[in-house]
Design a protein around this ligand. Sequence first.
Ligand SMILES: [Zn+2]
Length: 302
Amino acid sequence: MLGAIDIGGTKIAVGVVSDGGELLDSQNWATDPSAAFDEEIERIAGALNGICSSRGIRLEAVGAAVTGPVNPTTGILGVNAFLPNWSGQALTPALQHQLGVPAYADNDAVAAAVGEAAWGAGRGTTSFVYLTISTGIGCGVVLNGQVLRGAGDAHGESGHQVIDLDPCAPLCFCGARGCWEVLASGTAMTRRWREQYPHSPWTVKEICAAARQGDPAALSAVAEEGRLLGVGIANLVTHFVPQVIALGGGVMESFDLFLPQMEAQVRAQCGLVPWQRTRIERAHFRYHAALVGAAALCRGLW
Ligand SMILES: [Zn+2]
Protein backbone atom coordinates (compact mmCIF):
# COMPACT_ATOMS: atom_id res chain seq x y z
CA MET A 1 0.00 0.00 0.00
CA LEU A 2 1.20 3.48 -0.89
CA GLY A 3 0.44 6.77 0.81
CA ALA A 4 -0.58 9.66 -1.45
CA ILE A 5 -0.60 13.41 -0.78
CA ASP A 6 -1.81 16.11 -3.17
CA ILE A 7 -0.85 19.62 -2.07
CA GLY A 8 -2.82 21.91 -4.37
CA GLY A 9 -3.62 25.61 -4.53
CA THR A 10 -7.22 25.13 -3.38
CA LYS A 11 -7.15 21.83 -1.46
CA ILE A 12 -4.85 19.35 0.23
CA ALA A 13 -5.81 15.69 -0.20
CA VAL A 14 -4.37 12.53 1.35
CA GLY A 15 -5.20 8.94 0.45
CA VAL A 16 -4.11 5.33 0.26
CA VAL A 17 -3.51 3.70 -3.12
CA SER A 18 -3.00 -0.02 -3.83
CA ASP A 19 0.02 -1.30 -5.78
CA GLY A 20 -2.34 -1.61 -8.76
CA GLY A 21 -3.31 2.06 -8.73
CA GLU A 22 -6.67 1.81 -6.96
CA LEU A 23 -7.52 4.72 -4.65
CA LEU A 24 -8.92 2.99 -1.55
CA ASP A 25 -9.68 5.93 0.69
CA SER A 26 -9.03 9.67 0.80
CA GLN A 27 -9.69 12.86 2.73
CA ASN A 28 -9.25 16.50 1.81
CA TRP A 29 -9.44 19.99 3.24
CA ALA A 30 -9.05 23.56 1.94
CA THR A 31 -5.50 24.87 1.51
CA ASP A 32 -4.71 27.64 3.99
CA PRO A 33 -2.09 29.91 2.34
CA SER A 34 -1.03 31.23 5.76
CA ALA A 35 -0.51 27.72 7.28
CA ALA A 36 2.91 27.02 8.80
CA PHE A 37 4.79 24.19 7.07
CA ASP A 38 5.46 22.08 10.21
CA GLU A 39 1.84 22.23 11.40
CA GLU A 40 0.47 21.29 8.00
CA ILE A 41 2.87 18.33 7.68
CA GLU A 42 1.65 17.11 11.10
CA ARG A 43 -1.96 17.44 9.92
CA ILE A 44 -1.18 15.52 6.70
CA ALA A 45 0.59 12.75 8.63
CA GLY A 46 -2.24 12.58 11.18
CA ALA A 47 -4.89 12.24 8.45
CA LEU A 48 -2.89 9.56 6.62
CA ASN A 49 -2.22 7.62 9.84
CA GLY A 50 -5.94 7.87 10.66
CA ILE A 51 -6.92 6.26 7.33
CA CYS A 52 -4.29 3.54 7.79
CA SER A 53 -5.29 2.62 11.34
CA SER A 54 -9.02 2.54 10.53
CA ARG A 55 -8.36 0.13 7.65
CA GLY A 56 -5.50 -1.86 9.20
CA ILE A 57 -3.09 -0.75 6.46
CA ARG A 58 0.70 -0.44 6.71
CA LEU A 59 2.30 1.92 4.21
CA GLU A 60 5.42 0.96 2.25
CA ALA A 61 6.15 4.49 1.07
CA VAL A 62 4.50 7.87 0.56
CA GLY A 63 4.46 10.22 -2.43
CA ALA A 64 3.51 13.89 -2.64
CA ALA A 65 2.27 15.85 -5.67
CA VAL A 66 2.84 19.56 -5.16
CA THR A 67 1.56 22.60 -7.01
CA GLY A 68 4.57 24.59 -8.18
CA PRO A 69 8.21 23.55 -8.34
CA VAL A 70 9.81 20.88 -6.13
CA ASN A 71 13.20 19.20 -6.58
CA PRO A 72 12.40 15.47 -7.03
CA THR A 73 15.86 14.42 -5.78
CA THR A 74 16.11 16.51 -2.60
CA GLY A 75 12.37 17.05 -1.99
CA ILE A 76 13.01 20.77 -1.39
CA LEU A 77 10.16 23.09 -2.41
CA GLY A 78 10.74 25.98 -4.81
CA VAL A 79 8.99 29.33 -4.80
CA ASN A 80 5.29 28.62 -4.52
CA ALA A 81 2.63 31.21 -5.34
CA PHE A 82 -0.06 29.39 -3.31
CA LEU A 83 1.95 28.55 -0.18
CA PRO A 84 4.45 31.39 0.15
CA ASN A 85 5.68 30.29 3.60
CA TRP A 86 6.67 26.88 2.25
CA SER A 87 9.34 28.00 -0.23
CA GLY A 88 12.68 26.32 0.53
CA GLN A 89 11.19 23.79 2.98
CA ALA A 90 12.44 20.18 2.83
CA LEU A 91 9.20 18.30 2.14
CA THR A 92 10.29 14.68 1.72
CA PRO A 93 12.64 14.63 4.79
CA ALA A 94 9.75 16.05 6.87
CA LEU A 95 7.29 13.41 5.57
CA GLN A 96 9.82 10.63 6.09
CA HIS A 97 10.36 11.80 9.68
CA GLN A 98 6.62 12.03 10.44
CA LEU A 99 5.52 8.80 8.74
CA GLY A 100 8.61 6.59 9.10
CA VAL A 101 8.58 5.40 5.46
CA PRO A 102 10.50 6.52 2.32
CA ALA A 103 9.00 9.67 0.79
CA TYR A 104 8.97 11.02 -2.78
CA ALA A 105 7.73 14.31 -4.25
CA ASP A 106 7.25 15.97 -7.62
CA ASN A 107 5.25 18.69 -9.33
CA ASP A 108 1.53 17.80 -9.49
CA ALA A 109 1.29 17.72 -13.30
CA VAL A 110 4.37 15.46 -13.44
CA ALA A 111 2.91 13.19 -10.73
CA ALA A 112 -0.42 12.96 -12.59
CA ALA A 113 1.48 12.09 -15.78
CA VAL A 114 3.34 9.33 -13.92
CA GLY A 115 0.10 7.92 -12.45
CA GLU A 116 -1.66 7.94 -15.82
CA ALA A 117 1.41 6.38 -17.49
CA ALA A 118 1.61 3.63 -14.85
CA TRP A 119 -2.06 2.78 -14.33
CA GLY A 120 -4.29 4.96 -16.56
CA ALA A 121 -4.57 6.41 -20.06
CA GLY A 122 -0.84 6.06 -20.80
CA ARG A 123 -0.50 2.45 -19.69
CA GLY A 124 1.49 0.38 -22.21
CA THR A 125 2.70 3.40 -24.18
CA THR A 126 6.32 4.44 -24.76
CA SER A 127 5.49 8.10 -25.45
CA PHE A 128 2.84 9.83 -23.38
CA VAL A 129 1.81 13.40 -22.58
CA TYR A 130 -0.54 14.35 -19.75
CA LEU A 131 -2.23 17.75 -19.58
CA THR A 132 -4.36 19.18 -16.82
CA ILE A 133 -6.73 21.91 -17.98
CA SER A 134 -8.26 23.68 -14.99
CA THR A 135 -7.58 27.13 -13.49
CA GLY A 136 -4.17 26.76 -15.20
CA ILE A 137 -2.59 24.33 -17.68
CA GLY A 138 -0.04 21.77 -16.40
CA CYS A 139 1.93 19.26 -18.44
CA GLY A 140 4.00 16.12 -17.87
CA VAL A 141 5.80 14.05 -20.52
CA VAL A 142 6.73 10.36 -20.01
CA LEU A 143 8.99 8.80 -22.66
CA ASN A 144 10.07 5.13 -22.43
CA GLY A 145 8.92 4.90 -18.82
CA GLN A 146 10.88 7.97 -17.74
CA VAL A 147 9.65 11.47 -16.98
CA LEU A 148 11.22 13.95 -19.37
CA ARG A 149 13.29 16.26 -17.16
CA GLY A 150 15.45 19.23 -17.95
CA ALA A 151 18.57 20.75 -16.41
CA GLY A 152 18.74 20.28 -12.64
CA ASP A 153 15.71 17.94 -12.88
CA ALA A 154 13.50 20.95 -13.73
CA HIS A 155 10.16 20.17 -15.35
CA GLY A 156 9.16 22.08 -18.47
CA GLU A 157 6.11 24.36 -18.44
CA SER A 158 4.33 23.70 -21.72
CA GLY A 159 1.30 25.52 -20.29
CA HIS A 160 3.32 28.71 -20.66
CA GLN A 161 4.33 28.30 -24.32
CA VAL A 162 3.47 31.56 -26.08
CA ILE A 163 0.79 31.09 -28.75
CA ASP A 164 -0.10 34.75 -29.45
CA LEU A 165 2.54 37.39 -30.28
CA ASP A 166 0.08 40.30 -30.34
CA PRO A 167 1.50 43.00 -28.00
CA CYS A 168 -2.05 43.42 -26.62
CA ALA A 169 -2.42 39.70 -25.77
CA PRO A 170 -3.32 39.08 -22.09
CA LEU A 171 -0.45 39.19 -19.61
CA CYS A 172 0.16 35.98 -17.61
CA PHE A 173 1.46 35.85 -14.01
CA CYS A 174 4.54 34.09 -15.48
CA GLY A 175 5.57 37.41 -17.06
CA ALA A 176 4.79 36.55 -20.70
CA ARG A 177 1.95 37.82 -22.84
CA GLY A 178 -0.16 35.44 -24.89
CA CYS A 179 0.95 32.17 -23.31
CA TRP A 180 -1.25 29.11 -23.67
CA GLU A 181 -2.45 29.11 -20.05
CA VAL A 182 -3.53 32.76 -20.09
CA LEU A 183 -5.51 32.11 -23.31
CA ALA A 184 -6.86 28.57 -22.94
CA SER A 185 -7.19 27.64 -19.24
CA GLY A 186 -10.63 27.43 -17.63
CA THR A 187 -9.90 30.84 -16.09
CA ALA A 188 -9.33 32.25 -19.59
CA MET A 189 -12.53 30.70 -20.92
CA THR A 190 -14.66 32.29 -18.17
CA ARG A 191 -12.80 35.62 -18.53
CA ARG A 192 -13.64 35.74 -22.26
CA TRP A 193 -17.26 34.82 -21.53
CA ARG A 194 -17.68 37.46 -18.81
CA GLU A 195 -16.16 40.18 -21.04
CA GLN A 196 -18.74 39.35 -23.70
CA TYR A 197 -21.71 38.63 -21.41
CA PRO A 198 -21.12 40.60 -18.18
CA HIS A 199 -24.71 40.02 -17.07
CA SER A 200 -24.37 36.19 -17.18
CA PRO A 201 -21.16 35.47 -15.24
CA TRP A 202 -21.23 31.72 -15.94
CA THR A 203 -18.64 29.15 -14.94
CA VAL A 204 -17.07 26.71 -17.44
CA LYS A 205 -19.53 24.09 -16.21
CA GLU A 206 -22.51 26.38 -16.86
CA ILE A 207 -21.26 27.39 -20.33
CA CYS A 208 -20.78 23.72 -21.22
CA ALA A 209 -24.25 22.80 -19.91
CA ALA A 210 -25.78 25.58 -22.06
CA ALA A 211 -23.80 24.37 -25.09
CA ARG A 212 -25.31 20.91 -24.60
CA GLN A 213 -28.77 22.56 -24.74
CA GLY A 214 -27.81 24.14 -28.08
CA ASP A 215 -27.28 27.73 -26.85
CA PRO A 216 -25.50 29.44 -29.81
CA ALA A 217 -23.31 31.76 -27.66
CA ALA A 218 -22.21 28.87 -25.46
CA LEU A 219 -21.50 26.67 -28.50
CA SER A 220 -19.34 29.42 -29.94
CA ALA A 221 -17.45 29.83 -26.62
CA VAL A 222 -16.83 26.07 -26.48
CA ALA A 223 -15.59 26.04 -30.09
CA GLU A 224 -13.19 28.93 -29.37
CA GLU A 225 -11.88 27.18 -26.23
CA GLY A 226 -11.42 23.92 -28.19
CA ARG A 227 -9.51 25.78 -30.90
CA LEU A 228 -7.19 27.50 -28.40
CA LEU A 229 -6.57 24.24 -26.54
CA GLY A 230 -5.96 22.61 -29.92
CA VAL A 231 -3.18 25.08 -30.82
CA GLY A 232 -1.08 24.03 -27.80
CA ILE A 233 -1.95 20.35 -28.17
CA ALA A 234 -0.94 20.47 -31.85
CA ASN A 235 2.40 22.04 -30.82
CA LEU A 236 2.94 19.09 -28.44
CA VAL A 237 2.05 16.64 -31.22
CA THR A 238 4.57 18.37 -33.49
CA HIS A 239 7.27 18.16 -30.78
CA PHE A 240 6.75 14.61 -29.53
CA VAL A 241 4.22 12.71 -31.71
CA PRO A 242 3.17 10.87 -28.53
CA GLN A 243 1.03 7.74 -28.74
CA VAL A 244 -1.46 9.29 -26.32
CA ILE A 245 -2.18 12.79 -25.04
CA ALA A 246 -4.45 12.45 -21.99
CA LEU A 247 -6.45 15.44 -20.77
CA GLY A 248 -7.50 15.88 -17.14
CA GLY A 249 -8.60 18.78 -14.93
CA GLY A 250 -12.00 20.36 -14.33
CA VAL A 251 -12.49 21.78 -17.86
CA MET A 252 -12.14 18.26 -19.27
CA GLU A 253 -15.31 17.15 -17.47
CA SER A 254 -16.75 18.24 -20.84
CA PHE A 255 -13.96 16.62 -22.90
CA ASP A 256 -16.34 15.49 -25.67
CA LEU A 257 -17.52 19.06 -26.35
CA PHE A 258 -13.96 20.29 -27.01
CA LEU A 259 -12.58 17.25 -28.86
CA PRO A 260 -13.77 18.09 -32.43
CA GLN A 261 -12.06 21.51 -32.43
CA MET A 262 -8.92 20.15 -30.79
CA GLU A 263 -8.65 17.43 -33.43
CA ALA A 264 -9.34 19.91 -36.24
CA GLN A 265 -6.49 22.10 -34.99
CA VAL A 266 -4.11 19.12 -34.90
CA ARG A 267 -5.06 18.23 -38.50
CA ALA A 268 -4.51 21.85 -39.59
CA GLN A 269 -1.16 22.35 -37.81
CA CYS A 270 0.77 19.07 -37.79
CA GLY A 271 1.53 18.51 -41.48
CA LEU A 272 5.09 17.26 -41.01
CA VAL A 273 4.41 14.54 -38.43
CA PRO A 274 2.16 11.44 -38.44
CA TRP A 275 -0.45 13.10 -36.22
CA GLN A 276 -2.89 10.25 -36.98
CA ARG A 277 -0.81 8.12 -34.60
CA THR A 278 -1.56 10.36 -31.61
CA ARG A 279 -4.76 9.57 -29.69
CA ILE A 280 -6.29 12.45 -27.71
CA GLU A 281 -8.06 10.90 -24.72
CA ARG A 282 -9.63 11.86 -21.46
CA ALA A 283 -7.47 11.13 -18.39
CA HIS A 284 -8.46 7.95 -16.56
CA PHE A 285 -8.24 9.21 -12.96
CA ARG A 286 -10.06 12.52 -13.54
CA TYR A 287 -10.21 14.51 -10.27
CA HIS A 288 -7.84 12.12 -8.52
CA ALA A 289 -5.06 12.15 -11.16
CA ALA A 290 -2.56 14.07 -9.00
CA LEU A 291 -3.39 12.07 -5.84
CA VAL A 292 -3.03 8.67 -7.54
CA GLY A 293 0.02 10.04 -9.35
CA ALA A 294 1.60 10.94 -6.01
CA ALA A 295 1.45 7.26 -5.06
CA ALA A 296 2.89 6.27 -8.45
CA LEU A 297 5.98 8.39 -7.67
CA CYS A 298 6.86 5.74 -5.03
CA ARG A 299 7.44 3.08 -7.67
CA GLY A 300 10.87 4.58 -8.23
CA LEU A 301 10.99 4.19 -12.01
CA TRP A 302 10.66 7.86 -12.70
ZN1 LIG B 1 2.24 32.08 -18.59
